[in-house]
Design a binder for this molecule. Structure first.
Ligand code: PSV
Ligand code: MN
Ligand code: MN
Length: 424
C-alpha cells in the first residue's frame, strides 16, 4: 500500500496551528535556523531490509502480522516510512535474505517511491541449503581453503548484485570466532581473514567502499576474529583507502566510550558509518535513543565537530543506517521512532556552540564545557524536525498519521495476519 499525499496534507493542516506555536518558541533562540533546517532536510537514514519484519530472540518470535512477504513489499514499507518522515530514502539489502532477482523492476519500484539502495550486506554466518561447505567453524578465517573460497565468492556475488542496484558499498560482518580457549590460533585466524578480505577488496569497483563491522561476542563466546574497532581498523588499514570501519552501537562491551572511538576513526578517515540501535546489556538491537539518548548526542557532537573540521558533508560523508530489531513493536512504528531519535541527536549536536566549547576547553573550564553541551542536549528540537518534514512534504507527526490511518490493519488485510518476513 501507499499513503496518498492528500492524507498527509490533511493531517498536517489540522496540526498546523499547534505546530507553529511550538516551532516559533524554539526557533526564536536559534541562530542559523535556515541552515539547520536545510541540513535536517538533507539528512537521510537507510532502513535495513531485515528490520521490516518482527525480530525475535532464540526463545521465540511474536509476529504482529502484515509483515512484508517479498523484497517488493519491504521496499513498499520503506516507501511508507519515507512518505511520512522524508528522512529514509534508501534501503540496505542483506543477501541471501533478499535477493534482487529482477534488479530492473526492483530499482523502478524503489525510484517510484523516491528510494535508492544503500550498502549491500553479505551473510556468511548462516548455512544456506544451496551451499557446499558449512560455516560452523567460520567463513573468511576458516582453516579450510575451500570454505574460505566459498565465502569470498559469496561476497563477490553480493558486490555484483549491488552493482546492478547502484549500491556503493559492501557491508561485511563476520561471526567468525571461537567458543573455547584453544579452539583457534588467533594470529592465524586474523591472517587468513586478511587474505580473504584482500580477494574481496580486489573485486570492489573503484567507486565502492568495503565497510568492516566489528562485534565482541555472539554467536561465539570466547573470541571473535573481528572483535573490536582496533581489529577492524587494522584490517581496513592493511586493505587500503576503500576499506573502513563500521560502528554498530550495540557492538561494544559495557561502558565503552563509543564517542571517542568515533572521533578517532573519523580523524583517520576510517569511519565507514553506523548501524544505529540502542542497548542496555549487549547487542540488544533496541530502538535508537530508547536507553541512552545522551550517549547518542555525544556521538553526534563528535561527528558534527569532526566532519566540519574535515570539510565533510554531513549527509553524504559516511553511511547512516539503522540495525535494530523489534521483538514486540510494530517494525514500522519502531523505525519511525529510531529515525526521529537519530535526527533529534543530530539537531542537538548542530546547536552546540562549538566556538564557546573550544574556548572553555582551552581554559580548562570544565563546568562551562558541560553547560554548553547540556544546553544543546536539553533543547526540545522536535518542532525543528517537524518543520523540516513539513517543508519536505512529509508529516508533522508521522506516528500519529500511521496510527490514524490504521496502516498496520490495512497491511494485515492485504498480506495476512500470518505473513512472516525473512531475516533474523
Ligand atoms: C550482527 O549482530 C549484525 O549487527 C550485523 O550487522 C548483521 O549483518 C546484522 O546484525 C544482522 O541482523
Ligand atoms: Mn550491525
Ligand atoms: Mn548486531
Amino acid at each position: 500500500m501507499q499513503l496518498e499525499k492528500s492524507i498527509i496534507d490533511d493531517a498536517n493542516h489540522k496540526q498546523q496551528a499547534a505546530h507553529q506555536r511550538r516551532f516559533d518558541f524554539v526557533a526564536a533562540d536559534i541562530k542559523d535556523l535556515d541552515i539547520i533546517l536545510k541540513k535536517l532536510g538533507n539528512f537521510q537514514i537507510a532502513i535495513p531490509s531485515w528490520a521490516l519484519g518482527t525480530g525475535g530472540t532464540r526463545f521465540g518470535r511474536f509476529s504482529g502480522g502484515g509483515e512484508p512477504r517479498s523484497l517488493e513489499e519491504k521496499i513498499e514499507d520503506v516507501g511508507l516510512i519515507h512518505a511520512l518522515n522524508k528522512s529514509s530514502n534508501s534501503i540496505s539489502l542483506h543477501i541471501p535474505w533478499d535477493i534482487p532477482d529482477n534488479a530492473t523492476s526492483v530499482k523502478a519500484l524503489a525510484a517510484q517511491l523516491g528510494l535508492h539502495f544503500d550498502a549491500v550486506n553479505s551473510n556468511t554466518f548462516q548455512d544456506q541449503s544451496s551451499q557446499q561447505h558449512s560455516y560452523k567453524y567460520g567463513s573468511l578465517h576458516h582453516v579450510d581453503k575451500a570454505v574460505r573460497k566459498q565465502a569470498v565468492e559469496h561476497n563477490i556475488e553480493v558486490i555484483n548484485y549491488g552493482i546492478e542496484l547502484h549500491s556503493k558499498a559492501l557491508s561485511l560482518w563476520l561471526s567468525d570466532g571461537s567458543n573455547f580457549p584453544g579452539q583457534l590460533n588467533m594470529r592465524g585466524a586474523f591472517e587468513r581473514t586478511l587474505k580473504s578480505l584482500q580477494e574481496i577488496y580486489e573485486a570492489l569497483p573503484a567507486d565502492w567502499k568495503l565497510w568492516i563491522e566489528y562485534k565482541p561476542y555472539e554467536p561465539n563466546f570466547y573470541s571473535t576474529t573481528i572483535g573490536d574497532w582496533g581489529q577492524s581498523y587494522l584490517l581496513a588499514s592493511k586493505l587500503g583507502n576503500q576499506a573502513q570501519t563500521l560502528v554498530d552501537l550495540g557492538h561494544h562491551l559495557q561502558g565503552a566510550n563509543i564517542e571517542q572511538i568515533v572521533s578517532l576513526l573519523l580523524m583517520e578517515g576510517k569511519l565507514a558509518g553506523f548501524h544505529f540501535n540502542d542497548s542496555k546489556y549487549g547487542d540488544d538491537d533496541l530502538t535508537v535513543g530508547s536507553i541512552n539518548p545522551y550517549q547518542l548526542f555525544l556521538i553526534f557532537n563528535e561527528l558534527v565537530e569532526g566532519m566540519d573540521a574535515r570539510g565533510m558533508n554531513h549527509a553524504t560523508g559516511i553511511g547512516w543506517m539503522i540495525d535494530a530489531s523489534h521483538n514486540i513493536k510494530d517494525p514500522v512504528e519502531d523505525l519511525l521512532q529510531s529515525v526521529e531519535a537519530i535526527k533529534i541527536a543530530y539537531t542537538q549536536a548542530l546547536l552546540v556552540d562549538q566556538q564557546a566549547l573550544k574556548q572553555a576547553q582551552q581554559q580548562n573550564d570544565v563546568v562551562l564545557a558541560q553547560e554548553i553541551l547540556q544546553h544543546a542536549y536539553r533543547t526540545d528540537v522536535r518542532p525543528l524536525l517537524a518543520e523540516s518534514r513539513l517543508r519536505a512534504g512529509g508529516a508533522l507527526q508521522p506516528l500519529d498519521v500511521y496510527r490514524q490511518q490504521a496502516v498496520r490493519k490495512q497491511l494485515i488485510n492485504e498480506r495476512g495476519a500470518l505473513a512472516v518476513s525473512t531475516g533474523l
